[in-house]
Ligand binder design. Structure first.
Ligand code: 1YM
Length: 640
């Protein structure tokens, strides 16, 4: 046995400091980025530990607070982080967890951690990137406390600071502004949406959020879903029309892997299948999704044949048919997930395919047998989808022969730019002919192309696929962009790296913009993800005094301009539409890269965004009106 040395500056200390120093030197390696997204990552890491404690069955309430000065507090009612001395490090276990990199799994003691992110190194990374971090542990009637400062150095050992009748852990931290140089301000909506998602994915856990930053504007919310992902599907279908009563739900566990699937069909045509592993959205799918898809197709075909809905083999339904109008959540919890793909959001574990399939097989089959009328509704919808697919295929073959969607034939109304360099090229999608005319005259022909959209853009949310591609405006956009769509999309062929939607600043303009965005979201999502989609910001007012002219882009700005000008003899013109501007005005207010403001469309959370699109495109007028008044949620401001 080695003698315990009084500890002042041991080799372990050095190792510890070096560990956290590495995180501070290259934060991007650990949290991806030090932008706003990275900042929020800190919160997810601490929450993950609380979720692990809940999934282990010891906690059922997590409280997140955004305090003054953007300090974050996360609290759970679990066992409390161990407070004793850690055998291997000789430090307190708290200090071990918060200062030693890769302490994660190793110190967890057997029970597997299912939360995502950094696999347990999260706590130390958060500490390393914090101005200060405090841990309070309520355990055995006592409150234990330890504090860290300046990138993770403890200010002293764990101390007892009081008594308590509660149990659990509280972690409070303030992100280091010298690391997060872009921003240290948290976005309430971002945190709220993620907490709601976590609550949906983990049934029975209560999650509370308080925003206490502004006394005048306190906000709070609480999520608790007894039904878990069943309620998630109901939530996603909220603005759609389900065609059968029950959300179909199956669950099971094999080889330590927990599988849950919830699904329900609606009367729409889009498929909304979302998968998760360890509470992380696997955007790129993977083996859990493959297992789900193949089993769904197989079981529906089997049932359809056995019950004489399908008589010939060549009428068999394909995956696309059985997923039309389907909203589904697939959630697996895996002790050792392997992620693949470009963004590491594709689940790779091969065994998961079989396990998801096993869980689905027995229980989904039973659902169909026990609920014949719901089964009939689903099968009939799939059969209609397959007929529409075959009809669309025929139509496509016809149009293809005519060469209608060939890239060689650019749409007639496109006023193209002269450069061939797509990286500097821009295309303005302009509402209406008169604005299109002004834009054509006002633009810089070298790199700005104009595509006027005349007729109504079809609502792709409500239309069958082949109808979408019959729509003239959709065809013009696709041919002009040159990159194809759907599975055959090729971003390298994109002819313009900025696609700018320019519509009037009124309700109709917002509606058209939303229709275009919905089309992009459904058929050209990579364009949004790669940051190619922008929204132009035309001014609302022209203010002139004598020969001086200024433009105001908001009511607040109008007040500023009025103040600047003084009150005597100002002329204020409110623009009702782009068409009221002459070409020079359109150029100098909205299109000139030197002065214009473009808003970059950025969909951080595609699932939530989908629900919002649904709301916008659905039949409910009131939520749509509210959105149009306040649509900042989708888009991130960006000055070009
Ligand atoms: C606000 C954040 O971190 N809660 C939390 C963390 C732990 C435990 C309980 C815990 C885990 C175990 C045993 C175990 C952690 N413990 C460790 C380590 N909330 C928050 N609540 N006893 C308590 O996994 O066996 C790491 S995290 F390493 F000490 F076990």
């Amino acid at each position: 046995m080695m003698e315990k040395v009084e500890h002042s500056y041991t080799s372990e200390d050095i190792q510890v400091l070096e560990g956290l120093e590495a995180v501070r030197k290259r934060p991007g390696m650990y949290i991806g980025t030090t932008s706003e997204r990275g900042l929020h990552h800190l919160v997810w890491e601490i929450i993950d530990n609380a979720i692990d404690e809940s999934l282990a069955g010891y906690a059922n309430h997590i409280i997140v607070k955004i305090l003054k000065d953007n300090v974050i507090s996360v609290e759970d009612n679990g066992r409390g982080i161990p407070v004793g001395i850690h055998e291997k490090t000789g430090l307190s276990t708290i200090e071990t967890i918060f200062t030693i990199l890769h302490a994660g799994g190793k110190f967890g003691g057997g029970a597997y951690k299912v939360s995502g992110g950094l696999h347990g190194v999260g706590a130390s990374v958060v500490n390393a990137l914090s101005e200060y971090l405090e841990v309070y542990v309520h355990q055995g009637g006592k409150i234990h406390f330890q504090r860290f400062e300046h990138g993770g150095k403890s200010t002293g050992p764990v101390t007892l600071i009081g008594t308590t009748d509660k149990r659990g852990s509280i972690v409070i931290f303030k992100a280091d502004p010298t690391v997060f140089t872009e921003t240290t301000t948290y976005n309430y909506e971002t945190i709220r949406d993620r907490l709601r998602q976590i609550a949906f994915l983990n049934k029975g856990i209560k999650i509370s959020l308080f925003d206490e930053r502004d006394d005048e504007n306190l906000a709070s919310v609480e999520y608790y879903y007894e039904g878990g992902i069943r309620e998630y599907v109901e939530f996603l279908n909220k603005n759609k029309a389900p065609i059968h009563n029950d959300v179909i739900y199956v669950e099971g566990e094999e080889e330590n892997i927990i599988v849950e699937v919830a699904m329900q069909y609606n009367d729409g045509y889009a498929s909304n299948v979302y998968s998760f592993c360890n509470n992380i959205n696997t955007h790129e799918g993977g083996t859990h999704e493959e297992g789900f898809r193949s089993t769904l197709t197989r079981l529906i075909n089997q049932y359809a044949k056995e019950n004489n809905f399908i008589k010939k083999d060549e009428d068999a339904l394909i995956g696309e048919d059985v997923r039309e109008g389907l909203t589904a959540i697939i959630s697996v919890k895996h002790p050792d997930p392997q992620y693949e793909g470009q963004t590491k959001t594709k689940l790779g574990n091969a065994e998961v395919r079989r396990i998801v399939s096993n869980v689905m097989s027995g229980q989904f089959e039973r659902f169909l047998l026990e609920n014949p009328s719901q089964a009939k509704t689903v099968i009939e919808k799939s059969i209609i989808a397959s007929k529409a697919r075959l009809a669309a295929k025929k139509a496509r073959e016809l149009t293809r022969r005519k060469g209608a969607l060939e890239i060689s034939s650019l749409p007639g109304k496109l006023a193209d730019c002269s450069t061939n360099d797509s990286t500097i090229s821009e295309i303005y999608l302009v509402e209406g002919d008169s604005a299109g005319g002004s834009a054509k005259l006002g633009r810089n022909r070298e790199f700005q192309a104009i595509l006027p959209l005349r007729g109504k853009v079809i609502n792709v949310e409500k239309a069958q696929r082949h109808k979408v591609f019959d729509n003239n405006e959709i065809r013009s956009m696709i041919t002009a962009f040159g990159c194809g769509f759907g599975d055959e999309m090729d971003l390298d062929k994109l002819r313009y790296h900025k696609i700018v939607i320019m519509t009037d600043a009124d309700v109709d303009g917002s509606h058209i913009r939303t229709l275009i965005l919905t089309f992009f979201y459904r058929f050209l999502k990579p364009l949004i993800e790669a940051g190619h989609i922008f929204i132009a910001q035309p001014p609302l007012y022209k203010v002139s005094k004598g020969t001086t002219v200024r433009y105001a882009y908001s009511d607040a700005e109008l007040e500023e301009v009025k103040l600047d000008f003084g009150t005597d003899k100002i002329n204020i013109q409110r623009y009702k539409g782009l068409g009221e501007m002459n070409p020079e005005q359109l150029w100098e207010t909205t299109m000139d890269p030197e002065v214009r403001t473009l808003i970059q469309v950025d969909i951080d959370n595609a699932i939530e965004a989908d629900a919002v699109f649904e709301m916008l495109m659905g039949d409910d007028v009131e939520p749509r009106r509210e959105f149009i008044v306040d649509n900042a949620r989708f888009v991130k401001n960006l000055d070009i």
